[in-house]
Design a protein around this ligand. Structure first.
Ligand code: PD2
Ligand code: ZN
Length: 286
């Protein structure tokens, strides 16, 4: 029997928000394998939730006064996850912050192709200015990147379907994929991927799709030395290995944001580093 997990809860709320009828939502759930009665109850609750008012504002949790409450992550349990067209191995799971390290998300050939097609399209990376919401080039992010539109071509579409299945999060809630390149000494100093709720520049970014809820960073090459993704608060670092990935989730169902997902890209000490990032939103994006 299917379970109404976090991804289905999200699907229910976004369809209510889009103005779908209860009947069409029940039909879609039954088609997806839910029992009729179960689908009716879930849809009924989704409409009830909307009646109880707008979503709570997103807030950064505070370990001392308002600690982050870790609810169930959408990623499936188990050591091997069937992700659309590929079996993906789980190497590590961490509960606080909520983080999963995977091997084999992409094949060696897919990594090589993504690097080759990105090489000639790179532009110096920017960072969102929290005050203005504009994208600024700053010194603490020394990488170059390229954005791919969602479903831009067959390879991108296939990888996006795989990511949606692996992370159990709707494909439509994902931003376009971004490929990033760091040369030797390139780094990305520690930051949060969510938009700071109290900063005036964030509203322009959350207007569409809402907050970012989780990130998947996929490594496209083996880095000779350095270049780990570091989580300083958790005291954890993930080494870049081609085809592997790190997933971390920072917003729970109550819209609390987890400050222990502070993370950065450590300086590349030898060779270069290629990654691809998928940021996931609360609702459909784009
Ligand atoms: O390159 C990384 O390891 C890294 C570190 C922190 C990438 C990002 N953040 C990101 O793309 O958000
Ligand atoms: Zn980041």
């Amino acid at each position: 029997m299917r379970v109404v997990d976090a991804a289905w809860q999200e699907w229910l709320s976004s369809n209510v928000a889009r103005g779908c009828t209860p009947g069409s939502m029940v039909d879609a759930m039954v088609q997806a394998g839910f029992a009729d009665g179960e689908a009716r109850v879930a849809v009924h609750h989704a409409f009830d939730r909307r009646a109880s008012g707008p979503a709570a504002p997103a807030t950064v949790a505070d370990p001392a006064t308002n600690p982050y409450r870790y609810d169930a992550a959408p990623v499936a349990r188990g050591n091997l996850i069937h992700a659309a067209d590929r079996e993906v191995r789980v190497l590590l799971r961490c509960e606080r912050p909520q983080l999963v390290v995977f091997a084999d998300v992409l094949s060696a050939a897919e990594c090589a192709e993504l690097i080759e097609r990105s090489r000639h399209r790179l532009k110096r990376s920017t960072t969102v200015n929290p005050l203005t919401g504009r994208e600024d080039v700053i010194r603490n992010r020394t990488s170059e990147g390229v954005w791919y539109r969602r479903g831009e071509d067959q390879l991108i579409a296939r990888v996006e379907r795989r990511i949606a299945s692996l992370t159990n999060w709707p494909l439509e809630n994902g931003e376009g994929l971004q490929v990033l390149h760091y040369g030797t000494s390139g780094e990305y100093s520690p930051h949060f991927d969510f938009f700071a709720p109290d900063q005036p520049g964030s509203a322009v970014h959350t207007a569409q799709g809402g907050q970012r809820v989780a990130t998947l960073i996929i490594y496209l090459n083996d880095v000779a030395d350095g270049g780990e993704t570091v989580f300083p608060t958790a005291g954890l670092s993930v080494a870049a290995q081609a085809g592997g990935a790190v997933y971390f989730r920072y917003m729970n169902g109550e819209r609390q944001l987890d400050p222990s997902t502070l993370h950065g890209g450590a300086p590349v000490l030898a060779g270069d580093k290629w990654i691809m990032t998928k940021w996931m939103r609360e609702r459909a994006y784009g």
